[in-house]
Design a binder for this molecule. Structure first.
Ligand SMILES: [Zn+2]
Length: 254
């Protein structure tokens, strides 16, 4: 049976007989691994569609136990991502993140649409694309069912208005906002991951969640905010999705 699917390439590796295994994120079928004998060095339409940061339409033969890409054509190529180191690093982290959070055969069409928006925005961004990556990751939490609790303390349920004026802390281990009293108790536990950033972390999360991704093409976070947001997201994605892509390259930041 032949199926057609729009998708993006997550990764590929060589397999036997001059073939390659391509891992795609398709809109209709979710993550899908398919073999192909399309030669990556050729200039054919199908070869171009197998390059990184390309959104394409794939014709796939579905066998009893495996998939095979017969042909493909480019819908859109975000080639400008490869021309800039900042764009390339963050788009690569984005691809790695998708590869980690997606399960084979579980479609996530909304996450797919958000991913296309991300590639579009990264390829057009005029500033550092760090903020775009953080916004994408925060937006993905809801779609992946791991959104943090921001409306009350994760521990006692107290509304944030009741501790207005005091610091609003974020507990990675608790999965959201934590009030100062509960934080004081939890801090004695050895594996607590409680952050008390010098800005309102709730506002930052809500801002990322509420605004369209395109907004963040022009947003540069202050250095101390960026560092702290990165750290919190790194720990959060590690704990709830096993998909931390932010800690490794953290040292590369200027
Ligand atoms: Zn509490």
């Amino acid at each position: 049976m032949i199926i057609t699917a729009e998708g993006i390439v997550l990764r590929q590796r060589k397999i036997a007989n001059n073939r390659r295994m391509i891992v795609l994120f398709t809109k209709k079928y979710g993550k899908l691994s398919a073999g192909t004998s399309v030669n990556e060095k050729s200039r054919s339409r199908a070869a171009l569609a197998l390059r990184p940061f390309t959104y394409a339409e794939y014709d796939i033969f579905k066998g009893r136990e495996s998939y095979s890409i017969n042909s493909a054509q480019v819908n859109r190529s975000f080639y400008s991502i490869g021309e800039d180191i900042d764009r390339f690093m963050n788009a690569s982290a984005f691809i790695e993140y998708l590869d980690k959070v997606l399960e084979e055969g579980e479609p996530s069409p909304k996450l797919f649409d958000l991913s296309l928006e991300f590639l579009q925005s990264v390829s057009e961004a005029k500033k550092s694309t760090d903020t775009l990556l953080y916004a994408f990751i925060v937006k993905s939490f809801r779609l992946l069912g791991v959104a943090p609790e921001l409306s009350c303390c994760v521990n006692c349920g107290k509304a944030p208005e009741l501790f207005a004026g005091k610091s609003r802390m974020f507990s990675v281990s608790g999965g959201g906002l934590i009030c100062p009293e509960c934080a004081a108790e939890e801090k004695s536990a050895t594996d607590s991951l409680i952050y008390n950033p010098p800005f309102d972390i709730i506002d930052v999360f809500r801002y990322f969640d509420a605004k369209p991704l395109k907004t963040f093409e022009k947003v540069d976070l202050r250095a101390e905010v960026r560092g702290e947001v990165r750290e919190i997201l790194s720990k959060y994605t590690d704990r709830y999705l096993g998909a931390d892509v932010l800690s490794r390259s953290a040292g590369l930041e200027v």
